[in-house]
Write a protein that binds this ligand. Structure first.
Ligand code: ADP
Ligand code: MG
Length: 691
């Protein structure tokens, strides 16, 4: 373990490398850019680029790439070598400031949702100096933002950086009212990443896993997760070896992987890093997913990041732990121990409550996908209804504020403005509500709806911007106040009262909750096509325009891209189903029943009656015919997808998905009738339980 400190960040052009390799004035200028967002002088960029290149070459790198996050949800890279030919036939390794700052990849094949016609294929990538460059596969990767030539954003990083600026601006205004001069406030995120590891050989025999990332067929195994033996269970040696190598690889990249454990479902695990600035946490999470896949491969596993790879078994999510802190290290969601810090905490808490209530739709949209639709509302994931859990202690404070009564906890004082001294809120409250989509966990909020394969940028763009808006409104009001304390208390009371419907401390999995939520007027956007059209609701367009995060066109294009992705995903799934039915399942069923029928005939020819076998042949033949009919029905439906992204998404949701469900049910029943050796691919038992 002693080598960990040397290993950590060894592939990152981080602060200590910069300090060591850059002239002092260049280092200082770059640091100012990183910390305060001041523009970088091109002359300085040249020096930085040369130092970066020398460092990268010393680590064995031969290429560089602008590493970016287009709207596909994955990361993109186009590698160029450092090589530059000389007149004498030799080469030198070169990398200029211009190449560092700006790249011009052909953008035509990335989704733009109509923002950019293919013939205007030019796009450019711009260096994001706030996220350190790193080396991956002998390539120097430079984290970048990706825009069209006319300036529209085509990626997830640019709006995330804008949303971080927005919340910083507004939070600094609010802090000034409390007498604090703060230059920058940043949101921090620690994303917990769930995943499955399954055997590579099994994966290779499942076209559904290969093409869609999830199983489209599979009867339940005799054993599921009912014994609850997997969660935090002993880690199998093969998995342990994987986790050790994963940690090594992540540490080299400066990703502070901290916690590794088994999750609830068989073959399901989790990795949680130590939290960091949202922008870096997002980059790191994208990288971590990539590294997980690669390392799994080296251990004979495939890492499944799909939200619901197996029906009837827990799916995988990504818990977005989120907080806000100042550049002086003060966590603004940490309840204080003095009356004034309590008041400040309560104001930020109120901003989050108001934001989550007013922009429930955006939070829901940020986690909407075909894959996550199978998970949200299932028994292990929060429901599709957004609500907040704040715990009993804070709940009592909030109730007291709303009812206007003084919250009196024996032994605790109440400050003049009536804001109580908060009781100590245990950070690791063990019985905290696991069923809440958005839970306060002592000094941060944990948003549990994001799916395991998601880029967390989107969720954090929504959260940062929505909270920025509320802080802006609060600052507008309080900056005008004559009596700050009185105005503050009045505002907190008024807003909590207006938005307390979003607070729900009960069981989010309970059957009564959807009814109760509907009485409270909360949204229940069950499926992706229910949620996405709200993206461009007028209030949302105004929100993002107000804070300079998205223009209307950018939002329209994002809505279009997400809906299109939903449609394409379902199309591929349905086609894969039809393919597996025709090529594998139906032939296997026919073969099996045919052989059985032959046996019956042979037995009969020697005078042996086999009524049970005869009945089984009949059953199999009928069920196979039924499955065949369902297959044809699905194929026919696929021919009739309506024009237009939105109508098509409704059709996929309301027509195709139920037809897929019926075909699956029939096929899974047949799986139980057909002999194991005759079934054409590994079953749930094979995939999830092995030695
Ligand atoms: P649990 O599984 O009990 O929710 P974990 O320890 O697995 O808890 O994950 C908690 C995550 O929250 C970690 O990634 C941790 O770094 C992160 N976290 C802790 N404090 C903050 C904070 N102030 N801001 C953002 N994330 C935080
Ligand atoms: Mg958690």
């Amino acid at each position: 373990m002693s080598r960990v400190p040397e290993l950590f960040g060894s592939m990152v052009f981080n602060d200590s490398v910069m300090k060591e390799r850059l002239p002092r004035d260049v280092y200082k200028a770059l640091r100012r850019t990183i910390d305060q967002g001041t523009p970088l002088d091109p002359a300085i960029a040249n020096v930085v680029a040369a130092a970066m290149k020398d460092w990268a070459v010393s680590k064995g790198a031969t290429h560089f790439t602008h590493w970016f996050q287009p709207m596909t949800g994955i990361t993109a890279e186009k590698h160029d070598s450092f090589i530059s030919p000389c007149a004498d036939g030799s080469v030198i390794m070169e990398f200029s400031g211009k190449e560092l700052i700006k790249g011009e990849p052909d953008a035509s094949s990335f989704p733009s949702g109509g923002l950019r016609a293919t013939f205007e294929a030019r796009g450019y990538t711009a260096w994001d100096p706030t996220s350190y460059a790193f080396i991956k596969d002998n390539t120097l990767c430079i984290p970048t933002a990706f825009c069209s030539y006319t300036g529209e954003v085509l990626d997830k990083k640019t709006p995330l950086l804008r949303s971080m600026d927005a919340i910083s601006r507004q939070a600094c205004r609010v802090l000034r009212l409390f007498g604090k001069e703060v230059n920058r406030v940043t949101t921090t995120v620690g994303p917990e990443q769930e995943y499955f590891l399954i055997n590579k050989e099994d994966y290779a025999r499942r076209p559904d896993l290969i093409l869609t990332g999830r199983t489209l067929f599979g009867a339940p195994a005799p054993k599921g997760q009912e014994l609850e033996t997997h969660y935090f269970g002993t880690i199998r040696p093969r998995v342990k070896a994987f986790m050790e190598e994963l940690d090594d690889e992540l540490w080299k990249l400066g990703i502070c992987s901290k916690t590794e454990h088994n999750e609830v479902a068989p073959c399901q695990h989790e990795m949680a890093p130590v939290f960091t600035t949202t922008n870096i946490a997002t980059d790191h999470n994208q990288l971590a997913m990539e590294v997980m896949r690669k390392v799994a491969d080296r251990h004979g596993f495939v890492c499944l990041l799909h939200e619901k790879p197996f029906e009837g078994v827990n799916g995988s999510g990504k818990h977005n732990n989120w907080s806000i802190s100042t550049d002086k290290g003060e966590n603004l969601l940490e309840p204080g121990s003095t009356p004034s810090s309590n008041a400040q905490f309560l104001l930020f808490l109120t901003a989050v409550i108001k934001a989550v209530d007013e922009y429930q739709d955006l939070l829901r949209i940020s986690v909407a996908s075909a894959g996550n639709d199978h998970r949200l509302g299932a028994n292990e994931a929060p429901p599709a209804i957004v609500s907040m859990y704040i715990g009993d202690e804070l709940g009592a404070v909030v109730d007291a504020l709303v009812s206007g009564s003084d919250y009196t906890d024996p032994g605790k004082n109440s400050m003049d403005i009536g804001v109580p001294v908060l009781p100590h809120i245990p950070m690791d409250n063990s019985d905290r509500n696991r069923t809440s989509p958005f839970a306060f966990t002592g000094n941060k909020f944990e948003f549990r709806m994001p799916g395991s394969s998601f880029n967390i940028a989107c969720t954090n763009i929504m959260l940062n911007t929505a909270v920025a808006e509320e802080l802006c409104q609060f600052a507008d009001e309080l900056e005008q106040a004559e009596d700050f304390d009185a105005a503050l208390l009045q505002l907190i009371r008024r807003e909590i009262k207006a938005h307390q419907a979003i607070i729900f401390n009960g069981n989010g999995y309970g059957a009564e909750w959807p009814e109760e939520a509907s009485r409270r007027g909360l949204l229940n956007l069950r499926a992706t096509p229910d949620a996405l059209p709200h993206y461009t609701d007028e209030k949302n367009v105004e929100l993002f325009a107000h804070h300079g995060v998205y223009t209307r066109q950018e939002m329209e294009s994002r809505e279009e891209i997400s809906l299109e992705e939903y449609n394409k995903t379902l199309h591929i799934e349905a086609m894969t189903m039809v393919h597996m039915l025709h090529k594998q399942i139906l032939p296997a069923c026919m073969d099996f029943s045919g052989k059985l029928a032959q046996n019956v005939a042979v037995k009969k020819s020697i005078g042996v009656d086999s009524p049970e076998e005869t009945q089984l042949v009949r059953n199999l033949t009928e069920s196979t015919a039924n499955l065949s009919t369902l297959t044809v029905a699905l194929e026919e439906l696929l021919q009739k997808v309506p024009e237009g992204t939105q109508p098509a998404s409704r059709y996929y949701c309301d027509q195709i998905l139920p037809a897929m469900g019926k075909a699956r049910e029939a096929a899974d029943r047949l799986e139980m009738l057909v002999g194991k050796d005759a079934w054409p691919f590994p079953t749930y038992g094979d995939l999830l339980f092995y030695v």
